[in-house]
Design a protein around this ligand. Structure first.
Ligand code: PMV
Length: 319
């Protein structure tokens, strides 16, 4: 028995970092998907091929899941299977991504969600989206120790979500596809390292950082309303405010700043980094008449344009 499922990548629109500390964020999904095929085996083996992260013919006894030295590319899938719990036989898993894992589109979380969904179907357990979210989020925490879970929610539910830490609130926002322009810095950011750097700042300057988080929370609340109204000028202005606070948190970089500033000079309503910062991607919002100019500006700043459709379907069965 075999099944293929897919889940979308994500882009953080508003509220990165603050969402780790009990506050809301807004995340959208992108058309590029992670695809995972899971096949039940008679023998008690765990086999994995993940060519996008250079994992070929990885194999171990299914009783050894989670044990030993496990490479980064294997961890999320292996812990997902361990947490789901397979009673008998084994599994052969193949992952294939439609996006580069350096983009910060959440490939690990999307793969985790796909594995849990596939196992839920293959074993006849038919977990709800909330159950898939909970088990996948537990897996992400087991592997990396930190994270708000927003990327897991995006991969599970799809669309554009208003999300509060640990999935305390997960509300879909009824929106059309957003006119976003995405630029990749070419640099892979390490989320946990950057989250820890912000934590250190918060220890030294608790009042300042708390005020920044509160300001970002206000921006998220306003952005939610403006997005629903499709008032993209205000959404862009709020992106600029959010970016200002991310700079204050110390998570932007010269490359991101250049890409963002040149986008605005080229006529974008607004632009900001998306995700942990330092590297990964930036996003800009612009009128259709300005898109070409903004794309050229991002390229001039050394960024790579990634064309995305936003606000797409969550985890689904492919075959
Ligand atoms: O896109 P990522 O996985 O780098 O996450 C960035 C968002 C953070 O708020 C910094 C972390 C999180 O888990 O919410």
């Amino acid at each position: 028995m075999k099944i293929t499922v897919s889940a979308p990548g994500k882009l953080m629109l508003f509220g990165e970092h603050t969402v780790v500390y009990g506050r809301p964020c807004i995340v959208t999904t992108v058309g590029q998907r992670m695809k995972v095929t899971v096949e039940l085996l008679d023998k008690p083996l765990f086999q994995l091929n993940a060519p996008d992260v250079q994992i070929e013919s990885y194999q171990k006894p299914i009783t050894n899941l989670g044990k030993g030295d496990i490479s980064k590319g294997v961890r999320f899938v292996e812990f997902a299977v361990k947490n789901f719990g397979i009673k008998k036989g084994g599994l052969k898993i193949i992952t294939k991504s439609q996006f580069n894992s350096s983009f910060g589109f959440g490939s690990s979380s999307a793969a985790t969600v796909c594995v849990i969904k596939a196992l839920s179907e293959l074993t006849g357990k038919k977990l709800s989206n909330k159950q898939i979210f909970d088990l996948s989020y537990k897996t992400v925490l087991d592997v990396q120790g930190k994270g708000s879970g927003f990327d897991v929610a995006a991969a599970t539910y799809g669309g554009t979500l208003y999300f509060v830490t640990e999935g305390k609130t997960i509300k879909p926002l009824n929106l059309p596809s957003l006119p976003l322009i995405v630029g990749f810095t070419g640099i892979k950011a390490d989320t946990v390292t950057i989250v820890n750097q912000v934590l250190e700042k918060a220890k030294k300057y608790p009042n300042i950082i708390e005020n920044i988080y509160t300001a970002i929370q206000t921006i998220v609340a306003l952005a939610r309303k403006s997005l629903i109204k499709e008032d993209f000028q205000t959404v862009g202005e709020l992106m600029n405010f959010n970016q200002g606070y991310l700079v204050a948190l110390g998570v932007s970089s010269q490359k991101l700043d250049n890409m963002i500033n040149l986008s605005k000079d080229a006529g974008a309503y607004g632009a900001k980094l998306s995700g942990a910062g330092v590297g990964d991607c930036m996003i800009a919002l612009a009128l259709p008449s300005k898109v070409k100019l903004v794309k050229n500006a991002i390229t001039k700043a050394g960024g790579q344009i990634i064309n995305v459709k936003t606000n797409v379907e969550g985890v689904r069965i492919e075959a």
